[in-house]
Design a protein around this ligand. Structure first.
Ligand SMILES: [Zn+2]
Length: 285
């Protein structure tokens, strides 16, 4: 489609698709304007999946309209919509309480700790959240998420430079279903955070063995690239406690590029020397 006409096309089609459940408006060149999103929000009230990513021209008016019109949203992608404010995002969270998947990557102004507190308070079913490069985020916001969103499975905090171990410890303690965690460039993260992740998985395993659960759980993806304060033994402890984490070629699910001191960390596939120190028993896997 010629992106030049996209805004007019959406304006003319929205009234005819009142039962629409999925709308992907991803654009190479941002043409979408507030009036088109307002039309969608007014007419398409059954929408469950909405992708407005990279719509640089949109303002808070769009977000308020979506909040009022599309209360059944389960999946929203507004990554790269850098003009949205945190008031508008908090308002959306207070009305769209069924959200399960939310992509806020690059929404630098919108993602404040206040907005995250609203998400933690209202969106208790949230499973996946991308906060990549939202530099305002601090431990206050992440801890609100950890406490309010116990079903969180995927959290991307890449480039959230302010967060510390307290964020990771809260997630390890409160989010037993966490499977993917992105900490790329989170320079404040230390071994304490790694040991809390390793320990929580051990605790989960004990809990699950009592309750007959599946012991293949644990982290499946962990990105700690450029987390330069971490030591090999702490990272090895996480790797040992989550058998789905791999450093071997082709299965890079434990991503440690840029951490030159972590080259001795290896997944269970690789033969490790006996000297690898870990406070946790190796997985039988
Ligand atoms: Zn492996």
């Amino acid at each position: 489609m010629c992106s030049k006409n996209m805004n007019n096309l959406v304006l003319s089609l929205a009234p005819k698709f009142t039962k629409l459940q999925t709308l992907i408006l991803r654009q190479d060149k941002p043409q979408l304007e507030d009036n088109a999103v307002e039309a969608v929000a007014n007419f398409c009230r059954d929408l469950q999946i909405l992708d407005l990513s990279k719509s640089f021209k949109l303002t808070d008016s769009s977000l308020y309209a979506v909040a009022l019109g599309c209360r059944d949203l389960t999946k929203l992608n507004i990554s790269g919509c850098s003009a949205f404010s945190d008031n508008a995002l908090a308002y959306l969270a207070s009305l769209c309480r069924k959200l399960k998947i939310l992509n806020l990557c690059g929404c630098v102004k919108a993602v404040s700790d206040t907005a995250l507190q609203a998400i933690g308070h209202y969106c208790n079913e949230l499973q996946s959240l991308n906060l990549g490069w939202c530099e305002q985020v601090s431990d206050v916001g992440v801890m609100s998420l950890a406490y309010g969103c116990p079903d969180l499975r995927t959290l991307d905090l890449c480039g959230c430079l302010l967060i510390t171990d307290d964020s990771v410890i809260a997630l390890a303690d409160r989010c037993p279903h966490l499977r993917s965690l992105g900490l790329y460039f989170c320079k404040n993260i230390t071994d304490r955070a790694m040991y809390s992740l390793a320990q929580s998985k051990v605790n989960n395993k004990m809990w699950r063995s009592v309750n007959g659960g599946n012991d293949e759980d644990g982290l499946r993806t962990l990105n700690i690239s450029q987390c330069t304060s971490l030591s090999p033994s702490a990272v090895q402890a996480v790797c040992d406690s989550s058998p789905a984490l791999h450093t071997c070629s082709g299965r890079h699910s434990l991503i440690i590029s840029g951490c030159l001191n972590l080259t001795s960390v290896h997944c269970a596939c690789c033969v490790r020397p006996h000297s690898a120190i870990s406070p946790f028993p190796h997985s039988a896997h």
